[in-house]
Design a protein around this ligand. Sequence first.
Ligand code: FES
Ligand SMILES: [Fe+2]
Length: 346
Amino acid sequence: MADSLDAGWLRDLWYLAVPGSEVGRGRMTVRTLLGQRLLFGRTTEGEVFCFKDVCPHRGIPLSFGRFDGREVECCYHGWRFGADGRCTAIPALVEGQAFEPGRIKAKTLPAREVQGNIWIFAGSDPAAAPPIPVVPDVGDRRADLSETMPFDSGMDHAVVGLMDPAHGPFVHRSWWWRSAKSIHEKAKHFVPSDLGFTMARHRPSSNSRAYRIIGGAPETEIAFRLPGVRIEHIRTGKVVVGALTAVTPVDAKTTRIHHAIWWTRPWLSLFKPFFRPFMHKFLSQDRDIMAMQAIGLADDPPLMLIDDADTQAKWYYRLKKEWAASRAENRPFDNPVKERTLRWRS
Ligand code: FES
Ligand SMILES: [Fe+2]
C-alpha cells in the first residue's frame, strides 16, 4: 500500500504542523495534515511528539484515549504508548505469556519545536534533510503574534497565491494598506537561496502604509523556500521584525496557513490589539480569493503564468520538480533559480 505521504506533496522536508501554544504540557490535540490524522502531544517534561492517530492493535484513533503526560492509553483495550511510540503495557496479557509489548510501536512522525512552532518531518531520514527554517535575529521563542487559518485551496495554489505579487492592489485593497490607485511599476532583485529564492534587501514600496508603523526607513528581505515557507525580515535601525508564513497541506484540496510575527522591541507589543485584526483581515482576504478561485478550478481549466509577474510561481514549480527529481535520483539538489531582476506593476 502506498504511503499516504506520497500523495502529491514533497517528501524529505519539514512542514509546520501546529503552533506549540496549542499543545500544552500533558495535553494532546489532533490535526489532519499531509492527508492523515495526526495526534500531537507534549509530555509533562515539555517534549513534543507526533503519532499517526491510529492504534496499532485494532485501529481506533489513539486521540480518543487518555494521556497522563507520559503515556497515551488507548480507550479500547488500554494498550499504553510512550512518547516514542513504543508500547509499554498490554493489560490483557496474563503473567507468563511471552508476548513482549515493547516490540509494538505506534507509528510516529519526527516532531520538533522551533521558535514556538511544532514541525513534522515527511520522509525517511530527518538527519539528512534540510534544517527547519528559522526566522533570523528574533531568538528561539514563541512569536509575538500568530494565527493559523484553513484555506480551501490545494498546496500549489495556496503557495502561488501567497507569493503572487500582482494581486495586492486588488485583493488587499484597504485604507490601511493600499488603494487601487497606488499601483505602480516595481523592480525587485532576486537571488537563489536555500531551496528557493530571495528578494534582496530593499525599501518596501511607499504605498504599503502598514510598514510606516515601525517608523524609520525599514528595509526588508523576503526569502521563499520549499515546501511553502516565506520568511520576511524587516530591519529599521536596531529593530527587527520577522514574519514567517508556512503553508502545510491538509489533503489534496485544502491547506493550513500559519502566519507568525516576531519583533525585537517589547513596546511594539502595545500595538498587538491593533495588529491582530489587520493580520486576520489580510489572511482572510487571501483565503476568500482562493475559495473563489477553487470554484473555477473545479472544472480543471487550462491556466497560464506570465512573465515577470508570475515568474516566482514558475520558479516554485521548477524548484518542486528539481527537489522531487533530486530525491528520486539520489543526488544533491541543484537550485534551478538564476539571479534576476523582475519587473511588474502592483
Ligand atoms: S485498539 Fe487500541 S488497545 Fe485495542
Ligand atoms: Fe495576499
